[in-house]
Design a protein around this ligand. Structure first.
Ligand SMILES: Cc1ncc(C[n+]2csc(CCOP(=O)(O)OP(=O)(O)O)c2C)c(N)n1
Length: 634
């Protein structure tokens, strides 16, 4: 029987001898590779922290001790060790376990995550609560990657923590990469403090001699840690940033030596107060192809578990391109024609395909790190100086930049172009990543244009329109579009300017009007094809703009179609449905209004067909809704 077979909970793990842990890690690695090959997920990050996860659960008394994973995409080993091994094959599937820690899923998931850079704040809050209750025994551990450490929230929490006498350890999992190459000063700094092998050997030796062998830890540890950092400051011409903030800094340590990790963590556990433990790991550890192509194997989709080779899902027939690639090629065309066009991304260059422009114009593409707030205001600054920034942010991460959009962009009427990728339901990443709220939260902001393309041709048209609008110093302009493929195999239309705030009638019918925004309109079109055979022929309008709303078009429909249905892949509160309801109220019109939109609850993870069926976005559901609402003869 393998070691893994004997383990369902960390209690079982703690019964194993220390010497069994290296083999257990290999068994877990094999298990994750086998499972993730068939049920795609975040592979590279999870493979990198197996030894750390085993060591943490071996040493600390979880779930009483609190273990918070930053982002949570690396928590597969944690899930396997904490009672979810048997259901791990349902990872990210509809009705299966979540790909991220969730409090409702397990008492071992101390904090729900998905968005980056929250772990230190959450662990600090828990540590502070424990301290206020007089509990100085409980341990609080935040595991955060070097990428997540670039997020503003992490800096804010690190800063506050430094003034608090709390029992918290930050484990900095430094694998030298975010999804794309890490950028910025922090990444350079981490490299510099790990780059001096003589220093590290020297400090480790002192540490071993005077700390591990002696239990008179505190003062001695502090002395030698300080001595070590002083020496490093001397050798490197700077000081240890973490140390300056008030953390006791330990490391860097080999994050794949599980025995050494256990021994070190035991010693660190005995030291109360604020600590930072810096470990070095390899993203994708143990699968050659994943180690060599870390960006692609961050989340590779299905692959061959033996060779690591990614299994291409592409059929032989040509398929429509991804919206992401259409964005990438279109911004490149605009950038070639106008050198004021620049691209901004908070750490998602590959995901949003800004890499396409980056290859030709690396000096005009800015990956600002996992820093959405900064990305928005940085873009505002670029726009003040007459550049034309396309700031591409995933819809759910854009939530981070709300105040910046209001205060730094809209209030100053700066013509920043926001391309919101992954708008609407994203599927397997689940509730933390669904792009459900942008239409609702953006509509409240004055002086903002909000649009969504029906398809990839329209995305190109909207990008050109937004560009011309920015050239003329117009209002800030949002274009939101989904993850994945469009509908036209031949995407490369000659883009044309669109009238801002104008919708278009796609199909003229009678009695009932479907008012859709965005690509969900394609499902409406398919539903109407089916309904035509049943003699049901409503009007279909592609609103294209949520703001300004095309009131002239709506007024023109109010007599011929007495029933309206709004269709949007956003929440039912605050988006198109609300906008049209307000319009009817303001014009004192008595049209009956229904809606197809996301219900007022968080939508969990799963494949898009299942989710679409659940929320009424599938073609069948739209057919049924139209039949139900079709005015009955009296
Ligand atoms: C607010 C936010 N922005 C962007 C992301 C997308 N994202 C997920 S993981 C990741 C990289 C994290 O890098 P790091 O912390 O170094 O962990 P690693 O994947 O290298 O283990 C990014 C950018 C996110 N989850 N949350």
């Amino acid at each position: 029987m393998s070691y893994l077979d004997q383990i369902n909970t960390p209690e079982d793990l703690r019964k194993l001898p220390l010497t069994a842990l290296p083999q257990l890690c290999e068994e877990i690695r094999h298990f994750i590779i086998q499972q993730t090959a068939q049920h795609p997920g975040h592979l590279g990050s999870s493979l990198g922290v197996i030894e750390l996860t085993v060591a943490l659960h071996y040493v600390f008394n979880t779930p009483d001790d609190k273990l918070v994973w930053d982002v949570g995409h690396q928590a597969y080993c944690h899930k396997i060790l904490t009672g979810r091994k048997e259901v791990f094959h349902t990872n990210r599937c509809y009705n299966g376990i979540s790909g991220f820690p969730r409090r409702e899923e397990s008492p071992y998931d101390a904090f729900g995550t998905g968005h980056s850079s929250t772990s230190v704040s959450a662990a600090l809050g828990m540590a502070m609560a424990a301290k206020m209750e007089g509990n100085l025994q409980r341990n609080h551990i935040a595991v955060i990657g070097d990428g997540a450490m670039t997020g503003g929230m992490a800096f804010e929490a690190m800063n506050q923590a430094a003034y608090r006498d709390v029992n918290m350890m930050v484990v900095l999992n430094d694998n030298r990469i975010s999804i794309d190459q890490s950028t910025g000063a922090m990444s350079k700094y981490l490299l510099s403090i790990t780059a001096s092998p003589q220093y590290n050997r020297f400090k480790n030796r002192l540490w071993n001699i005077f700390t591990f062998k002696s239990k008179r830890s505190n003062r001695i540890t502090r002395f030698f840690s300080g001595l070590g950092n002083g020496l490093k400051g001397y050798l490197l011409g700077g000081s240890n940033w973490f140390q300056s903030l008030g953390y006791r800094y330990f490391g860097p340590a080999d994050g794949h030596d599980v025995i050494h990790l256990v021994k070190t963590l035991r010693d660190l556990k005995a030291l109360p107060g604020l600590k930072l433990f810096h470990i070095l790991t390899v993203k994708g550890k143990g699968l050659d192809m994943a180690e060599q192509n870390q960006t692609i194997y961050h989340a590779p989709g299905k692959f061959d578990p033996e060779t690591g080779k990614i299994l291409s899902a592409a059929p032989n027939d040509p398929v429509p391109p991804k919206y992401q690639d259409v964005f990438g090629h279109t911004i490149l065309e605009l950038a070639r024609a106008d050198q004021r066009v620049v691209g901004v991304t908070p750490a998602m260059a590959t995901g949003c395909s800004l890499t396409i422009m980056d290859e030709e114009f690396p000096d005009r593409v800015f990956d600002v790190g996992i820093a959405e707030q900064h990305a928005v205001t940085f873009s505002a600054g670029l726009a003040v100086e007459g550049l034309i920034p396309f700031c591409n942010i995933y819809s759910s991460f854009f939530q981070r930049g709300y105040d910046q959009v209001i205060h730094d962009v809209a209030l100053q009427k700066l013509p920043v172009i926001f391309c919101l990728d992954r708008a609407g339901l994203v599927g397997e990443d689940g509730a933390t990543h669904q792009g459900s709220f942008d239409l609702a939260f953006l509509r409240a902001i004055p002086d903002l244009i909000i649009s969504s393309p029906l398809d990839e041709h329209d995305l190109r048209n909207l990008m050109l329109t937004a560009y011309h609008n920015a050239q003329k110093g117009g209002l800030p302009f949002v274009i939101r579009y989904p993850r994945g493929r469009g509908v036209h195999v031949d995407w490369h239309n000659e883009p044309c300017d669109l009238p801002i705030g104008k919708g278009r009638i796609l199909r003229k019918g009678n009695k009932l009007a479907l008012l859709s925004i965005g690509p969900l309109g394609n499902n409406v079109a398919l539903a109407l094809d089916q309904l035509r055979e049943k003699g049901i022929e409503p009007t279909h309008v592609d609103m294209r703009f949520l703001k300004p709303l095309d009131e002239t078009l709506l007024l023109s429909l109010s007599d011929s179609c007495k029933t309206w249905i709004t269709v949007e892949d956003g929440t039912e509160k605050g988006g198109l449905f609300s906008a049209v309801a307000e319009f009817l109220e303001n014009h004192q019109l008595d049209n009956i209004l229904h809606h197809i939109a996301l219900p007022d609850r968080f939508i969990s993870h799963g494949d898009i067909p299942h989710l679409y069926h659940e929320v009424g976005f599938s073609v069948d559901s739209i057919v049924k809704a139209v039949e139900d609402f079709w005015p009955k003869e009296v």
